[in-house]
Design a protein. Sequence first.
Length: 315
Amino acid sequence: MPVVDFALGTMGFGTKVDAATSLHLLDRFADAGGTIVDTANCYAFWSDPSSRGGQSEEVIGRWLARRGGRRDQVYLSTKAGAQPVGPGDWPANREGLSASAIKAAVEGSLRRMGTDRIDLYWAHMEDRTVPLAESAEAFGALVATGAVGRLGCSNHPVWRVERARRIAKDNGWAGYTALQLRHSYLQPHPGVPVPDQGHRFGWVTEEVIDYVDSEPDVSLWVYTALLNGFYTRPDRPLADAYDHPNTSRRLAALDKVAGELGVSRNQVVLAWLIGGKPAAVPIVGVSTPEQLDEALAGARLRLPAEHRRLLDETV
């Protein structure tokens, strides 16, 4: 089990965050007890028009090589399915989840990161042009060969997750045991679009929480946990979808808890997610040592029962 219960999100590493800073942040995270590093083969093609992604995985590969024989101290999480592979506009030109695409994707990720295995491999987004059985068999084969330790899916509706898990179980293949979706303490108004969220099924819902809580082998990972800096930065406003009474009530509860504990909003949100039921693994992207140190402190924070009750019961 990791000493630090969050995943270091590396989406911007090698693009928005230069390589030297990225390597320093990875070192600082590991030295503080962090083990989980999350990336994707497509990160971050939109930040470099001349590329199709892979910069984040390449930086991680440089970091692993620099750390020598300490690969076993790192839990690598990466994704396949969303990388652009041909002409045209994304997402129409994404690689998808065919058996051949999955095989090519994992080979590319292993090569870029300079490793012989991926600890947790994700289907990054849906591909309804491919039968679920084809994708499930291809992913299961990666676990059977040892190239992948565990499988997860991101931005999928629950019914597709369950159907894929059933197909895998019926055929004796390894199946998905992790879900990755967007979630934070504040939630947008249901049905109102959020401009920075392009995945239709990329949200934690009550159904998702019930599903994870009912399936002991399934864990929940969440991204955009800190709302792109909103909780602590006045220059990062919320989207209009969050303009509803629940937001002001929850912010008041958040401020009360943070004030009484002498910590930041970010730290309370991370502690709320990590200690929740079901517990979640927040993926936290950082670009400075100060942001990383704040996240580390939040991950170690344990909310007193009365504070958790206030946060949970404020609606």
